[in-house]
Design a protein around this ligand. Structure first.
Ligand SMILES: NC(=O)c1ccc[n+]([C@@H]2O[C@H](COP(=O)([O-])OP(=O)(O)OC[C@H]3O[C@@H](n4cnc5c(N)ncnc54)[C@H](OP(=O)(O)O)[C@@H]3O)[C@@H](O)[C@H]2O)c1
Length: 606
């Protein structure tokens, strides 16, 4: 039987730890995720808490690892002695008693056949070609993913770049159906979506933008033949930003959007590059710094991807890593001029927190805590409702996370600037560039900001313990209170997020962002950006309850003006203003229900 088209074996091989030989057979996608190796044994859970505590109290990670290694060796030798005495299998016994699993294989990415010298000379050649191609040309950029969080910011920033003459954006029509009946509730054509998008971005009627119908999962991205022909004579750059950023999608769905989608985009660019008299310069591939998965021992480097020692958190990360290998393959095998850009966890604008309605990743728990607190406040007076709200709030406040976990959050304006700069600087061809921070924030620090800004005291519970004890308890209690949906949502949130908030997060190397993309130093201050995320989500988004994109856009414009006024007056970032003073000014300046200005915006300086 032949392997399925989306088989991990295309990219990954299973290797014997003893013989270093490649083991035959299909690699199952689930074997590549961390969840496959965690059995949440109580001793294993306790050991993880101990490890985190040791790191925090000694500040010496290597020493803590050494102690844990000794504890594990002790566990194994105890199991061996007991197994001998009881006549049992030592491996099975050590798994039962201590949760210690023995694995006699590891995974690695399949190696391509090019030597380091061949790669270096290929990259030099492609850089030279790109510089020559770009000389004296106005840029006409093709973008996928323009309706998404990052894509919108790319479109917004491109408006102010004179070198970009035109931006052609691939969009699919949008049909919203009733969740239960399947009945069509609304349908938007590509033209309608495009026009609304420009309105949302305060770019209404801007002639720089054009929208075309397509779907990245289809061959040639589903673009009509005559449009393809015209594009081969006009497009200079392709920015492939569309993807499925769902952390809980099944493997086939993630593969289709992220690997097949990327291959279609790469093939599209290759066709442009190979077309006669083509003005094509480069393909910019938007990936993620989490293609390195749970890489805890060494820094995740910009110049290579190795299969992570501690596997991947989810199929999103895994399939984005496969897409990165495809990008490399197109460069090495076909000579496609590519740049790979790898953002960390993207959050709202560094100064304002503006995010055009994004509700993903960090926004999700922040919004759920804000909503739970609001529900509690609104339940005053009604005894039964109040009791329910109190239980719900108490449950929602316990979240899986290790206080010392360092999260790599990066504001969307920095990420989009990096992506746009990649089109402006052809010398970055052939490179993989992390768009990440050098000032990571710990989970503990984030909880302090949340306490200060949202007045919610979140209690971090060790992720494995949370999964074993708190999550089932929460489900039982909330189900008893007829809050099954809330219980499900909170449980799902916890399990999705816990991989990013446990001890031992990867450290992503940075440097190419400044050296090659000419981004300015210092990099954005993560704590300030997270503070503004909290303020924005509370006042502008009402913790995710304002969903209309045009209403959000109206609010974000007023919010930006308000922040600019504060900054002009104080000469400092608004994040540095004390939360009480910030709140006082906000309530003075805005009618909070209608989000309209009470005090007119100050006249611009000068
Ligand atoms: N957000 C993060 O924290 C983060 C972090 C690191 C890297 N990244 C990377 O940055 C890129 C953008 O992420 P994002 O946060 O902007 O994601 P997003 O908000 O979920 O947007 C995804 C975009 O992809 C489009 N898309 C998905 N499937 C498509 C298909 N089959 N055909 C055409 N378009 C399709 C969506 O179009 P519709 O509107 O039609 O659905 C949307 O425009 C992705 O490559 C992601 O991996 C994101």
């Amino acid at each position: 039987m032949s392997a399925p088209e989306n088989s991990p074996n295309l990219y990954i091989e299973k290797v014997s730890l003893t013989t270093d030989e490649v083991l035959p057979g299909e690699v199952a996608p689930e074997e590549l995720l961390v969840t496959h190796y965690r059995d949440y044994h109580v001793v294993d859970t306790y050991a993880r808490s101990l490890m985190s505590w040791l790191v925090r109290s000694t500040g010496d990670e290597e020493k803590a690892r050494g102690i844990m290694r000794k504890v594990r060796e002790f566990g194994r030798s105890t199991s061996n002695v007991l197994a001998k005495a009881l006549g049992k299998d030592p491996d099975a016994l050590s798994k039962t008693l201590f949760g210690l699993k023995k694995r006699d294989y590891y995974f690695r990415f399949k190696k391509h056949l090019y030597s380091a010298e061949e790669i270096a000379s290929r990259v030099q050649q492609l850089k030279k070609e790109a510089v020559a191609q770009a000389r004296g040309k106005k840029m006409r950029v093709f973008l996928t993913g323009g309706t998404g969080f990052v894509g919108k910011e790319i479109m917004y920033q491109a408006a102010a770049i004179p070198e970009i003459e035109q931006m052609v954006v691939l969009i699919r029509p949008k049909t919203v159906r009733h969740r239960l009946t399947g009945e069509v509730i609304s349908h938007q054509t590509v033209e309608e979506r495009g026009a609304e998008l420009l309105k949302e971005l305060w770019l209404e009627g801007n002639p720089k933008y054009r929208f075309i119908d397509g779907d990245i999962e289809k061959p040639q991205m589903g673009i009509a033949a005559e449009t393809l022909d015209e594009m081969s004579r006009s497009i200079t750059h392709v920015i492939h930003c569309a993807a499925s950023v769902a952390f809980d999608d099944p493997y086939p769905d993630s593969f289709s959007a992220n690997v097949t989608g990327s291959c279609n985009a790469l093939q599209f660019s290759l066709n442009l590059q190979q077309a006669e008299r083509s003005p094509f310069v480069a393909h910019v591939s938007v990936e993620t710094s989490y293609i390195h998965g749970k890489q805890v021992r060494q820094q995740a480097r910009e110049d290579e991807v190795v299969f992570p020692r501690n596997f991947y958190n989810n199929y999103y990360e895994l399939t984005k890593a496969m897409a990165s290998l495809e990008t490399e393959r197109f460069m090495l095998e076909h000579g496609l001029r590519v740049v790979q850009l790898c953002p960390a966890i993207v959050i709202g604008d560094a100064r304002t927190g503006n995010n055009r309605g994004d509700q993903k990743v960090v926004n999700a728990p922040v919004n759920s805590w804000g909503r739970a607190r609001k529900f509690l406040k609104e339940s005053q007076g009604d005894w039964v409702r109040r009791s329910q709200a109190e239980v719900l709030f108490a449950m929602a406040k316990i979240f899986p996370g290790d206080p010392s976990a360092e999260l790599n959050l990066i504001p969307v304006d920095w990420v989009a600037r990096g992506i746009v700069n990649a089109t402006l600087h052809p010398e970055c061809i052939g490179e993989r560039i992390h768009l990440a921070t050098d000032n990571r924030i710990t989970a503990e620090r984030m909880m302090k900001v949340i306490r200060r800004e949202l007045r919610v005291s979140v209690r971090l519970s060790e992720p494995n313990l949370n999964r074993k004890l708190h999550a089932p308890l929460m489900t039982t209690v909330l189900t008893g209170l007829k809050q099954k949906k809330v219980a499900h949502a909170l449980g799902k949130l916890g399990s999705i997020f816990s991989g990013y908030s446990e001890w031992g997060q990867p450290v992503h190397q940075v440097g190419n962002d400044v050296d090659l993309l000419h981004l300015p130093l210092p990099r954005p201050n993560t704590e300030h950006a997270f503070c503004m995320l909290c303020r924005h989500n509370k006042h502008v988004q009402d913790f995710g309850t304002i969903k209309d994109p045009l209403e959000l856009s109206r609010r974000e414009k007023l919010w930006l003006e308000f922040i600019e006024e504060i900054e002009a007056e104080t000469g400092q970032p608004a994040a540095l203003m004390h939360s009480k003073e910030f709140f006082r000014r906000f309530t003075e300046a805005f009618d909070r229900d209608s989000f309209t200005r009470l005090k007119p915006a100050a006249l611009p300086a000068g």
